[in-house]
Write a protein that binds this ligand. Sequence first.
Ligand SMILES: Cc1cc2nc3c(=O)[nH]c(=O)nc-3n(C[C@H](O)[C@H](O)[C@H](O)COP(=O)(O)OP(=O)(O)OC[C@H]3O[C@@H](n4cnc5c(N)ncnc54)[C@H](O)[C@@H]3O)c2cc1C
Length: 440
Amino acid sequence: MSEKNWAGNVSYGERKLRRPRTLGELQEHVADAAVVRPLGSRHSFNTIAATPGILVSFDRFTPVMEIDMKSMTVRVTAGVTYGVLGQYLQRHGFALANLASLPHISVSGATATATHGSGDRNGNLATSIASLQLVQANGSLVDVSRGDDDFGGYAVGLGALGVISELTLDIEPTFDVAVSVFENLAWNDLALHLDEITSAAYSVSLFTNWANDTVDQVWLKQRRGRHALHRGAQGGAGEGAEGDDNDDSGAAGLGERFFGTRSATERRHPLPDVAAEACTEQLGLPGAWIDRLPHFRLDFTPSKGDELQSEYLIPREHAIAAFEALRGLAHRITPLLFISEIRTVAADNFWLSTASGRDSVALHFTWKPLGAEVEALLPDLEAALAPFGARPHWGKVFTAGVAEIAPLYDRLPDFTRLAQQVDPGQKFHNDFLRAKVFGA
Ligand SMILES: Cc1cc2nc3c(=O)[nH]c(=O)nc-3n(C[C@H](O)[C@H](O)[C@H](O)COP(=O)(O)OP(=O)(O)OC[C@H]3O[C@@H](n4cnc5c(N)ncnc54)[C@H](O)[C@@H]3O)c2cc1C
């Protein structure tokens, strides 16, 4: 019986699971394997981590987290989750710039697939990587840093260029976030005021089922200056947002109403009719970034649990047309859907990042666990989004193959060249990478 992913829809198919405790053991396992894939916290919904060979889990790997205040970075070993790292940083008065909807995912696995949160000025999670260390096919170590020639390939590496053993991430002084939820935003108002709405807070999420007359919920996560803990840790004085360029507590429009919507009077779950206990605090109550930037709390099951997910990133100039295309398909999408989320992601220059070279709008679908029906719908959904250059999230369910994907990434030939150079024996390849990235 092979290992399964978090959602239970994928079996990894491995011959053997290896669980190294030390870097030396990790290097030996990689060197000895004919075919190998690294595993994070198993939250991807497709076979990106699958292998008929050796699957390397980091669940027993000795965790290291080490802050360097001089370079304002933190060193973190593979397998550590954002939840664990975030709590450690918060205790010491520091923060990461952004997080995904859940803190349960590993830093190494999330950055490898260009996992993102939201925010017009926030890049995906890989943009905080200052450097990384990888175990190469022969077991030797290589360090790659921001500014190195091939860093753009390694930062979102899909596990195809080696096994990341540790990463160094940018950090900043800790800050607070206050989450306010507004309900029933008219589609027309969203079309007229998209830029004002997505820039109204540090991180903005819109939840819809595409069929309703309005977008069900708007989540505005406002950044509130530096957190008191950091001021204490640094020995500094003074209250308020001084010194934080990203502070948006003065942003307009956050009273009881926001573009014709009303603020929710109690906490909300993104899924209709699901109790909000699994969600982080809302109602505008400020709290530490680690307790507000994710939608879901570390000690609860995130999202629905029994579900599938797909997501597509498009250049933000096509957002309104893409919303219309999806609303036109609502009669087919909505019956299979728990909820959709719309977010924004700032452009980066990583070769296989879904936001590479484009300020993006991310169109996310949390599906009911109806694999066959979702698989049947996706070709039509992808065809509807194709005119907008939609790039599928690497860690979620999609049907596009290399023929559709290659034209979306100018630097794909560079990635293929780099993979060939560092892994000529194709030790890190699997069926997913052959079908979606490298070709047969
Ligand atoms: C409930 C839920 C909510 C989600 N919310 C979001 C969201 O808000 N935003 C978003 O963008 N995505 C989201 N996702 C998707 C998720 O973030 C990605 O699939 C992410 O890659 C999962 O990280 P992981 O640690 O589980 O990696 P895994 O799924 O275990 O692995 C993913 C990839 O990373 C590679 N990898 C893992 N470890 C290493 C390593 N040490 N070295 C090299 N490669 C490695 C694997 O080989 C594989 O290719 C969500 C998923 C779930 C289940």
